[in-house]
Write a protein that binds this ligand. Structure first.
Ligand code: BES
Ligand code: ZN
Length: 457
């Protein structure tokens, strides 16, 4: 371990330069104009894996390629399946970035770029820790499969088939993902639950084309008005979701967990203030952390229709569209929720409007066994690198592969976030504290050692 640690110190600035090279590639999975860039990012990851002595290949899919690397030279020791993603969210709105999204820039100890924390920077910590072991000790204390995909930000649609087709080859004991967050600066965490998600798009169509609102207004349903009405009906004045059956399968939050959340060092007012908000919002009867981690949502992510240009225009628009996502909690079934949402909207849609409904990606929520010995190993590795005891938390984001790993490979995943939830993931000026990047690499290097001590089930 001493040689490994030494290697991490000696090579720290090279690691940063390599991360910058990856961050310069605009691998936006949602935008087909970036397909070439997305492939270049995959090739960069492939070259990294090959360079450190993994057996690695680029796996073609119906979408963006998956990079798989493996090293299986520790017979009898556990096998970890490390997952990460090289794709990133769109950088928009571009004018809100202080330095351009794909020109990584270091300011105040943080590296700024789209993907800095989500997930290029965090994913890279595992590649570098594996490299450190391979280049110093010449081997790892555990076996590893490394699966880095390029479609996480668009729902991981082609990953399930890959995992299913390769379930024998990929047989592992535990998943390892760094794509979550620490609880707060100086308070590292192991995340034991994530919310699931369903994403849909709904379009209301009215007249064949935009109409003069003076000639026709008031006599035909306005799709934008009606979409706004439907959206408003989604919540009551307690901010509870009004879709029939939406909450049916959710067990009540246990007192133990509520007490645990309440004990975490969290100041809701200060947190909201950092977001530029002077008051919270959410389902009556729940705290901010409960609302974020353990309660479902129904949010409009974008809405369009009607005239968007400068100055006034007087029309009844011909259509309106909304992109809607629901975050789900354990036991909610994504398929059932999408059906219930569609029925709700259709039932409330007035005559004179045609409703089109498109079902997008989805994944169930996940909860991992907090008593697993692998969690104990992860806690020790984090303690060694961060010099602080990690807290156990849930988080509100979604990582579709976690449920798939459970379903297809029968394994639980260690969710070990090195970033902060204030790192502006999915937002302008995304960043990753370089100290967290290096602590993450160190924790990962310790993790291989600690996992090797775990008796396989
Ligand atoms: N890194 C996030 C997931 C995340 C964010 C976990 C914050 C915990 C806290 C991941 O890359 C992500 O954004 N996932 C998408 C998944 C979706 C597109 C299926 C998400 O949560 O919106
Ligand atoms: Zn993301």
């Amino acid at each position: 371990m001493q040689h490994v640690e030494q290697y991490l110190t000696t090579n720290a600035s090279r690691f940063e330069e390599e991360l910058k090279t990856l961050l310069r590639i605009p691998s936006v999975s949602a935008d087909s104009r970036h397909n070439g860039d997305t492939r270049r990012a995959a090739e960069f990851v492939l070259a990294q894996m090959q360079g450190m002595g993994l057996t690695a290949e680029l796996v073609e899919t119906a979408g963006h390629p998956i990079v798989h690397g493996q090293w299986l030279g520790a017979p009898g020791a556990p096998t970890a399946l490390v997952y990460g993603h090289y794709d990133v969210q769109p950088p928009d709105p571009l004018d809100k970035w202080i330095s351009p999204a794909f020109e990584p820039t270091v300011r105040d100890g943080c590296i700024y770029a789209r993907g800095a924390t989500d997930d290029k920077g965090q994913m890279f910590t595992h590649l570098k820790s594996i490299e450190a072991w391979m280049k110093t000790v010449g081997k790892l204390p555990v076996n590893v499969h490394v699966v880095i995909e390029g479609e996480e930000e668009v729902g991981s649609d082609n990953l399930d088939k890959y995992l299913d087709d390769h379930r024998t080859q990929l047989k592992s004991d535990v998943g390892v993902i760094s794509d979550t967050s620490q609880f707060a600066p100086g308070v590292p965490a192991v995340t034991y639950g994530l919310r699931g998600i369903v994403a849909v798009e709904v379009t209301l169509r009215g007249p064949r084309q935009d109409l003069h609102s003076g000639v026709f207004g008031g006599s035909v349903a306005n799709p934008v008005n009606q979409l706004a009405r439907l959206i408003a009906l989604l919540h009551d004045d307690q901010n509870r979701i009004q879709i029939p059956g939406f909450y049916d399968d959710i067990p009540p939050l246990s007192d133990v967990e509520r007490e645990w959340f309440a004990k975490l060092p969290f100041d809701a007012a200060a947190d909201l203030q950092k977001l530029g908000i002077d008051s919270g919002w959410g389902e009556t009867g729940y705290t901010t952390l409960e609302r974020r981690w353990a309660r479902p949502t129904c949010d409009v992510n974008g809405i369009f229709g009607g005239y968007q240009g400068e100055g006034p225009k007087t029309i009844v628009p011909s259509f309106a569209t909304a992109k809607i996502t629901c975050r789900l909690v354990p036991n909610q079934d994504p398929v059932k929720i999408v059906k219930a949402l569609e029925k709700f909207l259709r039932d409330k849609c007035p005559a004179g409007i045609k409703l089109e409904f498109t079902d997008g990606h989805g994944c169930p929520a996940c909860a991992v066994d907090t008593k697993s010995p692998y969690i104990g190993a992860a806690r020790k590795a984090i303690q060694a690198a961060f010099d602080a005891e990690p807290v156990m938390i849930r988080e509100g984001g979604s990582i579709p592969v976690v449920a798939t790993l459970r379903q297809i490979l029968g394994i639980d995943t260690l969710l070990l976030g090195w970033g902060q939830n204030t790192d502006n993931l999915h937002s302008p000026n995304e960043h990753f504290r370089l100290a967290d990047f290096h602590r993450g690499i160190r924790a990962s290097a310790h993790l291989w050692q600690e996992l090797a001590q775990v008796k396989r089930a």
